[in-house]
Design a protein around this ligand. Structure first.
Ligand SMILES: NC(=O)c1ccc[n+]([C@@H]2O[C@H](COP(=O)([O-])OP(=O)(O)OC[C@H]3O[C@@H](n4cnc5c(N)ncnc54)[C@H](OP(=O)(O)O)[C@@H]3O)[C@@H](O)[C@H]2O)c1
Length: 252
């Protein structure tokens, strides 16, 4: 049985222009899915489309309700049917209690990481309900939203805690429609978001190194596939090389 065959499935990936989102697009495309790559930087999305089979770029700012509504109107007009949605778009900025927040980092994190997941989940859940699609929604949380709160990262940590709890909360409305919603909480992964912080975090990783984005391939395929994870609902999978094991607060 082809557990991870995603032929005839369409996946929408937010934040597909970089890091984890780009890799999610690559692995879902390799498994046979049509992939809709969304983000704000259309140039990056268009470049990735050239590289993949059956891919399509979609400009969508998840922090803007009207941008999400416009993007879903475009999808519906084109007759797209979304089976898999990965809420991956996110930002990580410092929010120290004792520093000024001139750039509104706190608010911007909540707008992107929490409201963004809400806007897209609401739009895609309604799309799936209307089209009788037994879909899979996968949210990207973080160990910072669970066992490992980030120092100077109150907004980021609480935004990811919100994503984890939103995932669990929505099961009650989605499961009766056979729409699945689950969450992945990664530790540190080598992407532009990690930037030059690798040397700071390695001592906190029992496994001893920081993996590439493809370390999530197996879990993404598992959760995307109704055949592989048919009964999995409201689960949050930690994939962190053992970081959560210590369970203590750390930062610089
Ligand atoms: N890397 C890690 O160690 C790590 C660990 C735990 C969790 N995560 C989570 O994994 C997800 C992906 O992170 P990453 O490491 O791949 O970071 P990244 O390389 O910085 O990519 C972030 C992506 O989010 C998109 N994005 C940001 N704001 C957006 C908005 N308002 N609307 C639409 N797209 C937006 C960006 O696209 P545009 O700029 O083109 O819009 C970009 O594609 C995030 O949710 C992050 O919190 C990452």
């Amino acid at each position: 049985m082809q557990f991870f065959d995603l032929k005839n499935k369409t996946a929408l990936i937010t934040g597909a222009s970089s890091g984890l989102g780009e890799q999610f697009a690559r692995i879902l495309s390799a498994a046979g899915a049509r992939v809709i790559l969304s983000g704000r930087r259309l140039d990056k999305l268009t470049a990735l489309v050239q590289d993949l089979k059956n891919a399509y770029p979609l400009e969508m700012d998840v922090a803007s309700k009207s941008s999400v509504q416009r993007a879903f109107e475009t999808l519906e007009t084109k007759g797209e049917k979304i089976d898999i949605c990965i809420n991956n778009a996110g930002i990580a900025l410092e929010t120290s209690l004792f520093d000024s927040d001139d750039q509104n980092n706190f608010e911007n994190i909540l707008k992107t990481n929490v409201m963004g997941v809400w806007h897209v989940t609401k739009a895609v859940a309604n799309h799936m309900k209307k089209n009788n699609i037994q879909g899979s929604i996968i949210n990207i949380g973080s160990v910072n939203g669970d066992r490992v709160p980030a120092l100077h990262g109150a907004a980021y940590s609480l935004s990811k805690a919100a994503v984890i709890h939103l995932t669990k909360t929505l099961v009650g409305e989605l499961a009766p429609l056979k729409i699945r919603i689950n969450c992945i909480s990664p530790g540190w992964i080598k992407t532009p978001m990690l930037g030059s912080n690798a040397h700071k975090v390695i001592p906190h990783i029992p496994y001893g190194d920081i993996p590439e984005p493809d370390s999530l391939d197996g879990l993404i395929l598992y959760l995307a596939s109704n055949k592989a994870s048919k009964y999995v609902q409201g689960a949050c999978f930690t994939i962190d090389g053992g970081i959560s094991w210590g369970g203590k607060s750390w930062g610089d």
